[in-house]
Design a protein around this ligand. Sequence first.
Ligand code: TIU
Length: 225
Amino acid sequence: MATIAAAQPFAFEFDPAATALVVIDMQRDFLEPGGFGETLGNDVSLLAPTVPATARLLAAARAAGLMVVHTRESHRPDLSDCPPAKRQRGKCALRIGDAGPMGRILVRGEPGNDIVPALAPLAGEVVIDKPGKGAFYATDLMDRLTAAGITHLIFAGVTTEVCVQTTMREANDRGFDGLLVEECTGSYFPEFKQATLEMIRAQGAIVGWTAGLAAVVAALAGDDE
Ligand code: TIU
């Protein structure tokens, strides 16, 4: 067993063999200009610090032998999995499926839909294409985790209060213990990130745990704090 003693609201104990790292939507569409995040009116540079932090976490998780799962928010080219309500929402210059500088916005297989190169999945890692905000909705993620005997999830990704929080809540309802690594998640609204971290760990870990990157990396390396 490994322990992150500094996790909030209390120590997070996990068996690395039964724990997966889930990296949510670290895609060019959210992190680079010209993608979905920017067309929604956001300053995507706010998310930049999450990339090197998540690279460090990924390296530590891989070294510890954790199952690694990457997700991509994406739609089929015919948009049959994109409800009109999602496509029409907001006052966007470019909507989902429209042609932008990195290809069609939020469409599977387009350059903008790729995971950023610094966090590219390795062969053998699970990549989940998800049409919704939660990674369990309309995907086989639950089956993959169950088949691998996973009980605990460590989360990174963007954005904190949208796809990360939705997925953590879905995971919580499905019986997983989940921890979000603070430096490895980001929001276009820093105050929403802070509020999300607090609401996850409030009420005795009502949704899950949070912890700083150094403490998580140390625990993955076998240095319980
Ligand atoms: N807009 C926003 O903050 N997020 C999303 O649309 N998707 C994810 O969080 N991945």
